[in-house]
Design a protein around this ligand. Structure first.
Ligand code: SF4
Ligand code: SF4
Ligand code: FES
Length: 929
């Protein structure tokens, strides 16, 4: 700690900060541009000038850049000093010389850091009367729009893109007052984190292209605190809605999870909420398969109750993309013995192993923030940038952390970004990774191996044995691999905080067990090991805690005629099992009731379809891969703009359906009641009631506002239906109002913040006002509750070590490789994600391609007993011979570990390969206001 004096007042601050960070953390306003809490200082913009005095006798003082000066004990500064003020005003004036002053048509307007800082410095007159420098803009892909004239040359974009996120295709070109930030030539930005440029850039150079397509000012959007549903990491998001459409997703600060950044799937994959082909009313299809007819809610519920009442046995199929509350209500409806998690057996087994290891190894799962503090990482069987992108970004920071350690040894503060980078150059903490193909982190990896899944597991077991010889030895291990295992073991043991990362991406329990063994072996030698296990879907962890049978079990019960009715919750079975297997079960069932928000293959087979809320239209709880239960809140009421719709949360549908079945009245239920019932029912989920404030939570006696106080046009919003404005929708499920009435300030700490705003701070930088210190935690504590704590007890090393992979002459072992864009079913329904997804290909080892005499790009058919996939060939150096790689999302019947045959196929078949079709556009032109 240190005492600093600012404008005559003494403050206690963290002495390791720079003055800018220290002052902002105190709530004092200093304008700035190039400094960023996650990226440190470079002193480029000169905007943060303050007057610093040598001692109490110094009346002259000198201007310093507060971001480049340490907050040492007894530092005396003035923010209000006239010279400092004039200097800051001049800086803004210089920066504005070439700025187009196009705020009224600029998409950044209203949440622009440059606007805020211009107002803060008092610059309000333009004196420059000459021609402005102009640039040509570039096409940068479906996510990011480019308007280079707005640039103020702060260099934040390239620092984030290249240094923080490891991208290589965005740079600074030119010299003097003519610097260009873009690609060397037009084209899609390659980084999976490019969307963060829209928040990192303090002006409107990089804006959200998906938002442009249906643009709304920040103050006209309605928000709610939400959780990304696009993978298991559980990033906190702030979706904005207008006229019943999600218009944009921005980062919502969480001090332990995503902090400032999201991946592009999470940010741009929301289009499925807005699709015009979504089911919005109950649909009934008779047994002859005629076109469905729409029903009113009561009629739909009556039919559902009639069908289920006459059924002999009803099986419920849950979903890892639905909330805990919805899954719980389904289980209540059908009974414990009739509930399936909706997850295939192989994946469910992996999830159960992961939950067990999280408890039994005695090794904690670090939060993403904690991941960044680890100093050696072993990744077994995951390409993190593809399977859990934000976690991959955190691992990158961990590996780069070596630079900070070196800087500390030399007395260079960690915030002095350029000095730290120059000193560290390419010195990294050790990262070891084993995966069948190249991964997004290989470039900073010490050693990477391209191995078949069984060999990855063997490497892991060998490392565990090398660390602790009571762990089983690996029979027949190649001597070179034994040496490598020894080297990894040494590096992990030399580290203060080694981290093991693995997961279920390759569908191999052996890999996960191997990771658990390494973590356990380390835990015996060091106290600070970490174990992070990647799950696939937003609520995979939660479903494994809630429990239930596999999807195959559910289909078998129907096919074997032990049950005759199915209720399927937000789950497209065709994404999980081969078409024939799903068809057989759905055809055999007398009743199929589907709740979903998408018109999936499964929905098309439903006798009765009930339109479910997406994350944007409902509330619920998810459990992330770190075992954190987090609540997402309804962003908008779908009935307000479109009263003809009948969309409700699945848990609400199922609750009312159960009441109808039991011929009970009084079917009203609130989220709090369902969450509480779920927590009481499953001991492992007992903590979820505390994951977020309840509906009766108030600040200063007020509910919380979903809309900024400048929200406009509400009275006219439904004028096409009725000129008298109805009462705003009421929300019995959360502490949020569907209006601007309610608390939206930052003075009173609160965990759930729908949108960040503070007086004078309209941009995402306003999040600083909600933190205990800038870059720290939310003042009220970061939301969510951890459910998967390690438990004391004995851990016995896994003994089941697979034999080495041996290639076969007659068949190829399939490995399905996760992909960020295209590998997840809901986000793939968003047009920009579909555009960004690389065309799928079959991957073979370069040596196999050569041996077979095949050509790159040639159409190849991969056949198993049940499936046939035709795709172009992609040969890969280092890919293990004897394996065939397939990107995820192409065929549900192709799973890692099965064996298939390859044939040459005619090229025209490629166009019809599954997963290649582009979904229809996601925006609704017909009802756009
Ligand atoms: S493009 Fe934006 S982030 Fe990059 S230098 Fe210009 S103003 Fe800064
Ligand atoms: S890492 Fe996962 S949870 Fe986070 S933004 Fe990306 S898709 Fe969403
Ligand atoms: S923020 Fe200090 S120089 Fe840019």
């Amino acid at each position: 700690m240190a005492t600093i004096h600012v404008d005559g007042k003494a403050y206690e601050v963290d002495g390791s900060d720079n003055l800018l960070q220290a002052c902002l953390s105190l709530g004092l306003d200093i304008p700035y541009f190039c400094w960023h809490p996650a990226m440190g200082s470079v002193g480029a913009c000169r905007q943060c000038a303050v007057k610093q005095y040598k001692d109490a006798d110094d009346t002259q003082g000198m201007l310093v850049m507060s971001c480049m000066a340490p907050a040492k004990d007894d530092t005396i500064i003035s923010i209000d000093d006239d010279e400092a003020r004039d200097f800051r005003e001049s800086v803004i004036e210089w920066l504005m010389i070439n700025h187009p002053h196009d705020c009224p048509v600029c998409e950044e307007g209203g949440h622009c850091h440059l606007q805020d800082m211009t107002v803060m410095t008092g610059h309000d007159r333009r004196r420059y009367r000459f021609r402005k420098r102009t640039h040509r803009n570039q096409y940068l892909g479906p996510f990011i729009a480019h308007e280079m004239n707005r640039c103020i040359t702060c260099y934040r974009c390239v620092r984030f893109y290249r240094d923080y996120a490891g991208g290589g295709d965005l740079g600074a070109f030119g010299a003097h007052d003519n610097i260009y930030f873009g690609r060397h030539q037009e084209g899609v930005l390659e980084s999976e984190f490019a969307g963060n440029l829209t928040e990192v850039c303090p002006t409107g150079v990089f804006t959200d292209q998906t938002h442009s397509d249906h643009y709304t000012r920040k103050w006209d959007l309605q928000f709610a605190p939400s959780i990304c549903h696009q993978c298991a990491v559980g990033c906190n998001i702030s979706p904005g809605e207008r006229y019943g459409d999600i218009r944009r997703i921005e980062n919502r600060y969480h001090g332990e999870v995503n902090r400032f950044f999201l991946c592009d799937r999470g940010r741009f994959g929301y289009g499925y909420v807005n699709r015009s082909d979504r089911p919005r009313r109950p649909e009934w299809r008779d047994e002859n398969g005629h076109e469905p007819v729409t029903l009113e809610v009561d009629a739909a519920l009556e039919r559902a109750a009639d069908q289920l009442r006459t059924a002999r046995r009803v099986i419920g199929i849950g979903s890892p993309r639905a909330s805990l509350e919805s899954n719980h209500q389904l289980r209540e409806l059908v009974g414990d013995d009739n509930f399936s998690t909706g997850i295939v057996a192989r994946e469910l087994a992996c999830l159960q192993v992961m939950n067990r290891l999280n408890r039994e190894t005695g090794v904690a799962t670090p939060t993403l923030r904690e991941v960044e503090a680890h100093d050696a990482v072993l990744v077994l069987g995951e390409d993190l940038i593809q399977s859990a992108a934000r976690l991959g970004l955190a691992v990158r920071q961990a590996v780069l952390g070596r630079r900070d350690a070196l800087a500390e040894q030399r007395g260079i503060p960690g915030w002095n970004a350029e000095a730290v980078k120059t000193l560290g150059q390419d010195t990294f903490y050790p990262l070891f990774s084993a995966y069948p193909t190249a991964t997004g982190l290989d470039v900073i990896g010490e050693t990477t191996w391209r191995l078949a899944p069984d060999d990855i597991a063997r490497l892991g077991f060998a490392v565990a044995h090398a660390i602790d010889d009571t762990a089983p030895a690996v029979d027949g291990l190649d001597p070179a691999m034994r040496d490598e295992a020894g080297r990894i073991a040494e590096a992990l043991l030399a580290a203060q905080r080694p981290l093991i990362v693995s997961g279920g991406s390759l569908g191999s329990q052996a890999i996960i067990e191997a990771a658990g063994s390494v973590a356990r072996a380390l835990a015996r030698r060091t106290r600070q090991a970490g174990l992070t296990l990647v799950r696939r879907e937003a609520n995979s962890t939660g479903l494994a805690l809630l429990g239930g049978e596999s999807l195959e079990w559910a289909l078998k019960e129907i096919e074997a005629d032990r049950a005759d009715a199915l209720v399927i919750l937000e789950n497209d079975l065709y994404q999980r099992l081969p078409q024939g297997q799903v068809d057989a079960a759905l055809d055999a069932a007398d009743t199929v009731i589907v709740l979903d928000h998408q018109r999936t293959g499964t929905w098309e087979h439903a006798h009765l379809g009930l339109p479910a809320a997406t994350f944007a239209e409902g509330d619920g709880t998810l459990v992330s891969l770190e075992g954190r239960a987090q609540r997402f809140f309804q962003v908008f009421d779908p009935l307000y703009i479109r009263p003809e719709t009948r969309i409700h949360e699945s848990w609400r549908w199922l609750h009312v359906l159960k009441a109808g079945l039991e011929r009970r009245s009084g079917a009203d239920v609130t989220l709090d009641e369902v969450t509480r019932a779920c927590a009481e029912r499953y001991p492992a989920l007992a903590g979820i009631v505390d994951a977020a404030p309840h509906a009766d939570y108030r600040v200063e006696g007020l509910k919380l506002a979903r809309e900024p106080h400048r929200y406009s046009g509400r009275t006219a919003m439904r004028a096409n239906l009725n000129v008298s404005e109805p009462r705003a929708p009421q929300d019995p499920d959360s502490p949020f109002n569907f209006s601007m009435e309610g608390y939206n300030g930052f003075h009173r700490p609160r965990q759930e913040v729908a949108f960040a705003w503070a007086p004078g701070w309209n941009s995402p930088q306003a999040w600083n006002k909600f933190m205990d210190e800038v870059g720290g935690h939310l003042r009220a504590g970061d939301p969510g509750v951890r459910l998967l704590a390690p438990q004391p007890g004995d851990y016995t090393y896994a003994q089941d070590i697979p034999p080495a992979f041996t290639r076969r002459d007659d068949a190829w072992q399939v490995v399905v490789l996760p992909r960020l864009f295209g590998g997840e079913e809901t986000s793939l329904r968003a047009t920009p994600i579909a555009e960004r997804a690389a065309p799928p290909a079959i991957i073979l080892a370069a040596e196999d391609v050569q041996r077979l005499g095949l050509a790159e790009g040639e159409a190849i058919a991969l056949e198993t007993e049940t499936e046939r996939v035709v795709l172009p060939l992609n040969s890969s150096d280092g890919f293990p011979a004897g394996l065939v790689g397939l990107p995820s999302g192409v065929s549900a019947g192709m799973v890692s570990g099965i064996w298939g045959r390859l044939h040459a196929a005619s090229a025209d078949v490629v166009d019809h390969a599954p997963g290649v079709d582009r979904p229809p556009r996601t925006d609704r032109e017909e009802d756009r206001p």
